[in-house]
Design a protein around this ligand. Sequence first.
Ligand SMILES: Cc1cc2nc3c(=O)[nH]c(=O)nc-3n(C[C@H](O)[C@H](O)[C@H](O)COP(=O)(O)O)c2cc1C
Length: 341
Amino acid sequence: MSAPPRTAALPRERVDLRCGFGPLTLPHPILAASGCFAYGQQFADFMDLRRLAGLSTKGISPKPRFGNPLPRICETASGMINSIGLENVGAEAFLRDKLPYLSAAGLSVWVNFFGEDFDGYVECARLLDAGRGHGIDVLEMNISCPNIKKGGIEFGTVPEVAHRLTKACVAATSLPIVVKLTPNVSDVVAMAQAVAEAGAAGVSLINTITAMAIDVRTRRPRIATTYGGLSGPAIKPVALRMVHQVHRALPQLPICGMGGILSGEDALEFIMAGASCVQVGTANFARPDASLRVLDELHALMAELGIATVAEVVGCVQPIEPETPWNPAAASAPDAEAGKR
Ligand SMILES: Cc1cc2nc3c(=O)[nH]c(=O)nc-3n(C[C@H](O)[C@H](O)[C@H](O)COP(=O)(O)O)c2cc1C
């Protein structure tokens, strides 16, 4: 195995946390993830929102939605399953009632959005375009939610459909569109390629993994829709693998990584796999200031490892140099005997 790079530690003030994500420059790589940070304002009592690089709002649809029946959340080993069903206030109320606060807070606002069908997506992108110049920096298009009946997951699993949808939404707004992909596919690279070719400014990876939990006493699923989306530390290795695959195949495509990030070290793993920035999701349910703890830990860890800038480690992970396995047939008899002892 090759030795890890050894770089002298740096003082914290020598670490530059700024990072680029396509057309954006962020003060650091940590954002709060969609659906885990509401519309931001609710968290202001627990933390200084301005310390976040940005947040992704709860998914917004053209019209308000009430979401799925209860129970729609349950805890699992190292994670949780949710089936909220994309409850939200709708585009008009978001622009009127939620955006002004976020705009004044001065952080990068990514509006996560979706439609209930093809035209609904395009309409939502068009409606949210009114927020350009009023605080919205990015439209994060969720083509990956397993929790709505019409469309939703299908848009995220067929590359040609994702391409057509992305192209239509890109044409409906001059805001950059970052497409949030589902891990519930066998070839995530094909999906990333399809949306990149359609004009996506980047991709967010990953949304939740379709999952189930059963209450053996009642013999019923633990959530009302039977299946929901698994998130939290349980999905981190899958998310890392997908970020790495997409970055290797499409190194120019900006990636926002997420999935089970709890610590600065988790965030650095995503960056080394190829993410330019990351979002913290489920961790916010345990601690509302989780993102800021991740930020502080990332800062300290970069200083300890002598990493001066984020850019120098984006996608830096190298394969392990294969060691030749011990092969008794190729070895001379005495050596082979020695190897067995
Ligand atoms: C309760 C809940 C609601 C979510 N709602 C949305 C949503 O509206 N839109 C979206 O794109 N992702 C949504 N997500 C997915 C998260 O943004 C994130 O991609 C996923 O949970 C993985 O990150 P994590 O393990 O850090 O939570 C939601 C996740 C949870 C747990």
